[in-house]
Design a protein around this ligand. Structure first.
Ligand code: TXA
Ligand code: MG
Length: 317
């Protein structure tokens, strides 16, 4: 069911779940200070209890409700990148529910850059919001995805197609050097423009999973469509397209509606990736073949590589 912003605010205040748009992906939102609703989020998503949630805020004042440990570097990052696709980990206040943080002493916080999300959170106060997909499915970047995953049972505010299309960067700011736990649209290059003297250490995003991951969500293989995902060099394609494969090309004519071909650049690929995954499943194709791209210092290339490797089934970071 699609609802208005005002209806969303009322439902959230009553302790209900509502899916809301953000600039990254849709989030399944609930009051961060209501234990019962937080439980419902895990249940509705089918999410393991050891995977903590991000708390979303609309102002720096709301940050003080969640943490007492804000340094100058944190503040500089928040002021520069918020609202935006950067989630920062802080030492949590005792009042932050353990259910949110899965028992960790840190809380993940971000201010989403979407007018609807900000308008809602301004009225409701901090909201937890994991990506609004069922656990195991690709994240939701259009309202139709949310309606499909929950058979229309979760009310959703329509904010159009998400601008970025992949989830926020998760940055651990509780230890030196700060560390990127999940790559996103903001990377080392951008972070260093604000805090050049702090060393940001990126993980190897395709390494084998360590035993105790710092970001619990990263150990789960998700973002996966039903179709098998693989990399495919263009020279593997000898003229004929195979009907059972959906090709995501990075070169050639733009042709997104054409079953057999798709052209994009990395920004468009990011915006379209999960939509394409879901579309491929609707078409019932066996495989999604993605043209490789170079992973260099380009922030989006690193984030996209991470998500695609996950979909392929390689345990990334
Ligand atoms: O772009 C996004 O971040 C979206 C939108 C809705 O804001 N949200 C999102 O939430 O992707 P979710 O729950 O799908 O992913 C949150 C990630 C998980 O990998 C989780 O393990 C990690 O953040 N995380 C949350 N709290 C953490 C904490 N205290 N320590 C380490 N990792 C944490
Ligand atoms: Mg998620």
């Amino acid at each position: 069911m699609i609802i208005s912003v005002q209806e969303a605010i009322s439902l959230l205040k009553e302790g209900k779940l509502v899916a809301i748009p953000t600039e990254t992906v849709y989030g399944l939102a609930a009051d961060a200070f209501n234990f019962k609703t937080i439980e419902r989020i895990f249940f509705a998503k089918g999410r393991p209890a050891d995977n903590p949630l991000i708390v979303h805020i609309s102002s720096l004042e709301q940050l003080n409700l969640l943490t007492d440990s804000i340094t100058d570097a944190h503040l500089a990052l928040a002021k520069h990148f918020w609202p935006g696709p950067l989630t920062m980990l802080f030492k949590k206040k005792a009042s932050v529910l353990d259910k949110i943080t899965a028992g960790l002493d840190t809380v993940a916080i971000r201010m989403p850059n979407h007018p609807i999300a900000l308008e809602i959170i301004k009225e409701t106060g901090p909201l937890v919001a994991p990506s609004a997909n069922k656990s195991g499915k690709p994240s939701t970047t259009r309202v139709e995805h949310v309606l499909a995953d929950y058979s229309g049972l979760i009310p959703v505010v329509d904010g159009g197609k998400c601008e970025i299309g992949i989830e926020s960067t998760v940055l651990d700011c509780t230890s030196e050097p700060f560390q990127i736990l999940r790559p996103g649209a903001i990377g080392v290059i951008e972070l260093k423009t604000v805090v050049p003297n702090s060393v940001f250490q990126t993980d190897s995003y395709n390494s084998q999973q360590t035993e105790k991951p710092k970001s619990p969500g990263m150990k789960y293989t998700h973002y996966s469509p039903n179709a098998k995902v693989r990399w495919m060099n263009p020279d593997e394609l000898e003229g004929e397209y195979d009907e059972s494969v959906r090709y995501l090309h990075l070169h050639g004519e733009y042709n997104s509606l054409e079953h057999k071909g798709f052209h994009t650049n990395l920004t468009l690929l990011s915006k379209d990736l999960y939509d394409q995954f879901r579309y491929a499943d609707e078409l019932g194709v066996q495989e999604i073949a993605i043209e490789p791209f170079s992973i260099d210092t380009d922030t989006l290339s690193i984030a996209l590589f991470n998500r695609i490797q996950k979909a392929i089934g390689v345990k990334a970071d």
